[in-house]
Write a protein of this length. Sequence first.
Length: 748
Amino acid sequence: MIIKGYVDNFKFRSQENGYGVFVLVTEDLDEGEVTCAGLSKGIEKGDYVELDGDMVEHPNYGPQIKYKTYKILPPPDTISVEKYLASGAIKGIGPALAMRIVKKFGEDTFRIMEEEPERLAEVKGISENKAREIAGQMADKKELRDAMLYLQEYGVGNTLAVRIYEKYGIAMYSILKENPYKLAEDVKGIGFKTADEIAMKLGMSADSEDRMKGGILYCLQLAAAEGHTFLPQKELLERSADILEVSKDALEPALTDLLFDRKIVMKSTEEEVKVFLSYFYYAELTCAREMKRLQEAYDGYELSEEARQDVNSCVEDILREGQAELDDLQKEAVMEAIRNGVFILTGGPGTGKTTTMRTIIEYYVRTKHNVVLAAPTGRAAKRMEETTGYMAKTIHRLLEVSGVHDEGGEERAEFGRNEYNPLEADVIIIDEMSMVDISLFYALVKAIATGTRLIMAGDVDQLPSVGPGNVLKDLLNSKAYPVVKLEKIYRQSLESDIVINAHKINRGEDVVLGNESREFCCVERNDVSVIHNEIVSLTEEKLPRFLGVKPYEIQVLTPMRKGNLGVENLNIILQQKLNPPDGNKKEICRGERIFRVGDKVMQIKNNYEAVWVIRGYNEIKVDEGKGVFNGDVGVIKRIDEYNKSLTVMFDDNRQVEYPNGQLEELELAYAITIHKSQGGEYPAVVLPLLDGPRMLFNRNLLYTAVTRASKSVVILGSKETVRQMIARGDEQKRYTDFKNRIKEVSEN
């Protein structure tokens, strides 16, 4: 529906994203006014607007118009003009002055304010300086309004229109005319497809050079979202030709131009030509150079026989006091971690990786070294603390990350620790290295001073990082650094069906898919509604009673976001059953989502500026800082209905307050994707597996899910699907070249 009226007052407005709720006074409805909700950036109290939206019934606030687009129109009559000016929309004009201005100029008021603002000085109370100030405000508002109206003609919604205008100002007109594909590079939320639609409506040729270059960059950006740092030229041209609907031959000149513009890098081998976005090529190259620097600091370093005996004596004391044992390979790992500047320890569950790491840490602590522990996520860092007994941080916190905004207003990470302000440590130990992508590794290795040892641990058979790169696998495949791979399963672990079956899955061997084991069972269920009921029963009652834990500690894992057994649908079902509406529990709505006190939630994007506090006895603040990161999980502790905000207590006791404008950074976490579970450990995992995309349903994914559980794994669904996943050893192909950068650097 289309509705017109003037904005009477704002009930809520977010400075972060421009979302607003306001009362619209209108003659289009019998009631005379209506609450409206949507993007309101550029709208001020008193504006006369045209909204395009739908009347909806909000569960808490009643009927309102949820609008998709809006236009700010000139006020239609002198009454509306006076209301607009009296609203405070123009700084320095109040009700009395507004009345005098309209009395002087009547229906010509708006035109005079925009075209002949010097005439405002004719009104009592307005000096020439004040007239110029008012003219400047009117010009700014008119520029934004005109820009939004102009972009609406080309199918650009208000949200993106505001971003485009804020990025370029009035220069946007020349940019759109000369190269609209620049929008895809510069403006958040505008991908190639949106820029292409604008370009076509502007009359740009389908075979223009800018379109070809934009399409190629778009394909490389899509590839990065899939985890690749490059694409083979043949595949890149095929993908680009398909998107652009042109021949591959037509793309060759554009590829050459991008190379000369230094936006891409091309590396030729005997088999293929690899095409990188420049950032990823130089990130891999820099990481290789930094790793060589760290390792070279210990080249030729050998322990004397006396020193070796001292190490062995210290290790024996550690093991005796901790009532632990190490086999010869584990002792070799300890020695390698002492001899080298860079060392990698890898192995699956039950192979003694944790005991070995604990011994390495204890050795360095006892020999008065400054040891720093870190992991990619908050859950992984907490688990590292629990298994080692020493404090661990996320890599982001270790590097003292903060958020800065570029010229276009986009937030990006800036690290307080870098090559100019390196980390103060003798030994840095990173766990869960399979989760570290090339960008985070790039920031880490630059911040490590020469002479500091870097020890990395992880399971290379886990899923690779969500972000671009395959750092741990490339490090291992380069064979450039000392590695110890632990494979022997120890006696206590041999008693665990989870450990035994995880290794069988990893080797592609059949596992017993029955329900006899209380640690690892597979229950055949082929009806989705039955699976839903079983998930609720297991999470709410059966597993908590069996394991002596809270429902919050049981984690439902699924390969997918969408579908009946996807994250989004399962979270709705589980919230309704595990934390249903209750008159004593406050809740808050954000779009289609409902957040309630007691809900389990996850942060879904990095927010470098979010303030956190840790409170002790009597809520006294004991620590504070900034930064909450993708994958952090917590529970909603408080909801402030008046300010439309909520407070989340995360796993590491950090409390973060979320204003309404930041609620889109949270989602329910009763069920999460297997990818998001990396680095975490749960008493029990419930895994619904019925059917899904072949590219997702593979051995690698199943192995990762199973190894997240410490006490119990319950698979619900099709046993045949599980068998097929075990048989599918082909991981999703990931194009990375860090291994070859390491080899090139080591040869020079």
